[in-house]
Design a protein around this ligand. Sequence first.
Ligand code: 13P
Length: 255
Amino acid sequence: MDNRRPLIAGNWKMFKTCSEAVETAKHLVKLVSTSVDVDVMIAPPFTALAQVSDVVKGTCISLGAQNLYWEAEGAYTGEISPSMLVSAGCRYVIIGHSERRQYFGETDESVNKKVKSSINNSLIPVMCVGESEKERELNETFSVLDKQVKNGLEGFSHDDLKTLVIAYEPVWAIGTGKTATTDQAQEVHKFLRTTLEINFGNMLAKSIRILYGGSVKPNNIVELMSMSDVDGALVGGASLDPETFSKIVQFQNRT
Ligand code: 13P
């Protein structure tokens, strides 16, 4: 895995009120010791960010947001700017999740603007890419991913992308209980790394962390992480329960 430090990230999606989020984060802090040899991130809903930030401050758990808007401020009702996320304690931001693309009209172009504004505000972007079931059946997986990566990262230099994290989330594996096989995940991750290499050079391609997302659970994380190009996981459903998520975070204890 070269020298890439694993990142295990929990995307809480639209789950948990403020008090539930605080309780979950407190429980997780107790379960995840500071000695884990991985980076850990949780992304609660916007409403709970500031309170969860207080809970995870000084622990090995970082805070992430699930989305942002690229403008600094202005008359954009309902949107949240990068500096607002930073002021709420965020270090990471998930961008272009397939649910945002599918239900909220997000495009590669908006993803590109969001990645740019996150980098400009020192937030670590976790850019999501992935093919639908139909696209996989039509053998379009690689062309879809190639387009998402190239368009999402258009106009960036090697230096801009030093902190970038990519999450490969096959849409057909999200919340369905269907996981890509480890070979399928490795094949796509390798393809993504080669695409990065062609566009941004070998050094950057080797350093960027590529996470797998889609029905990651305690019982499949060890095998996924054994793949040379899988550098972590973006976990949905299984991140909502601290006991379950902590088992995924501590996957190294079982290897
Ligand atoms: P599940 O782990 O629930 O399949 O969700 C994956 C996901 O979308 C994480 O962002």
